[in-house]
Design a binder for this molecule. Structure first.
Ligand code: B12
Length: 215
């Protein structure tokens, strides 16, 4: 990807120009200048992961982070139209994945992005929400009967609740596969003691997983 797109996007975000940032992302997709994957991974994700704030007042920085997240969220929702367009040409594998973040985990942008990536790989994927209590996850599995539940976990503090959640899923639905991903698993020791079937760190991992499980 040409760095000029990233620089231009960052300039719009620094100025908190929501309309400009959304229109710019739209232009990149509409003109086939960037793929959905590149827009998400080369522009949107780094704009949040490397978020810095030059203001001394921490409270103001928190609001600036919220505003930036909200701009990125709007771009993700807008991009869904382009996901739909691409889906017309994607071969479906009829494998159902329910995506969520467990209780206390509010970071949801990675989960939304990867739900779109799963769709683009032919899965029937749905994002059902952030901060999802254990009991609601079990109800969702009952309602949607997925082949896999994918949990995105960012904060390592949430490993304990992730363990409780995955234990319950395996206890009540032993045939439902568990996929884990997110920043919390950059440290391999956070996976110890967790019940799961697949850990995916990147789009490449996700694509390889798609090839492996497609019937
Ligand atoms: C935006 C943000 C928030 C927003 C989230 C809003 C929302 N709707 O999502 C809000 C304001 C709510 C928030 C709150 C908090 N946050 Co915060 N937040 C961030 C920030 C700036 C960006 C997160 C983000 O969206 N990144 C972009 C996405 C795309 O990245 P990602 O989630 O990693 O996903 C990528 C991969 O991990 C992967 N992936 C993710 N999930 C999955 C799943 C699968 C299956 C697959 C295949 C791949 C995959 O795909 C994505 C693309 O590559 C980060 C900074 C950072 N370094 O990320 C801090 C950060 C994550 N937050 C942090 C903290 C501490 C908090 C708070 C505790 C702050 C506080 N004191 O209140 C609370 C905790 C809230 C909670 N209970 O969860 C810390 C976590 C530190 C740590 N590792 O312990 C960070 C790293 C900031 C920092 N440097 O200190 N936060």
């Amino acid at each position: 990807m040409d760095i000029q797109y990233y620089n231009k996007f960052m300039e719009l975000l620094k100025n908190e120009d929501k309309d400009g940032a959304v229109l710019f992302a739209h232009q990149l997709l509409e003109g086939n200048i960037l793929s959905i994957e590149s827009l998400y991974l080369d522009l949107l994700a780094p704009s949040l992961i490397h978020f810095t704030c030059n203001v001394e007042d921490e409270d103001i920085c928190i609001w600036k982070e919220h505003l930036r997240t909200s701009i990125v969220r709007t771009i993700l929702e807008m991009s869904y139209l382009y996901v739909l367009k691409r889906l017309e040409t994607v071969k479906k594998n009829h494998i159902k994945v329910v995506f969520l973040t467990p209780a206390f985990e509010f970071h949801e942008i990675g989960a939304i992005m990867n739900t779109h990536f799963f769709l683009l790989e032919g899965f029937e994927a749905s994002y059902i929400g952030a901060n999802t209590p254990k009991a609601d996850i079990l109800q969702a599995i009952r309602a949607y009967r997925p082949d896999f539940v994918a949990l995105s976990v960012t904060n390592p503090y949430n490993i304990v609740i992730t363990k409780q959640t995955t234990d319950e899923i395996k206890r009540f639905f032993p045939n439902v596969g568990i996929i884990l991903g997110g920043q919390a698993f950059k440290e391999a020791h956070n996976l110890e003691n967790l019940q799961y079937d697949h850990i995916l760190h990147s789009l490449e991992d996700l694509k390889a997983f798609g090839k492996k499980v497609s019937k």
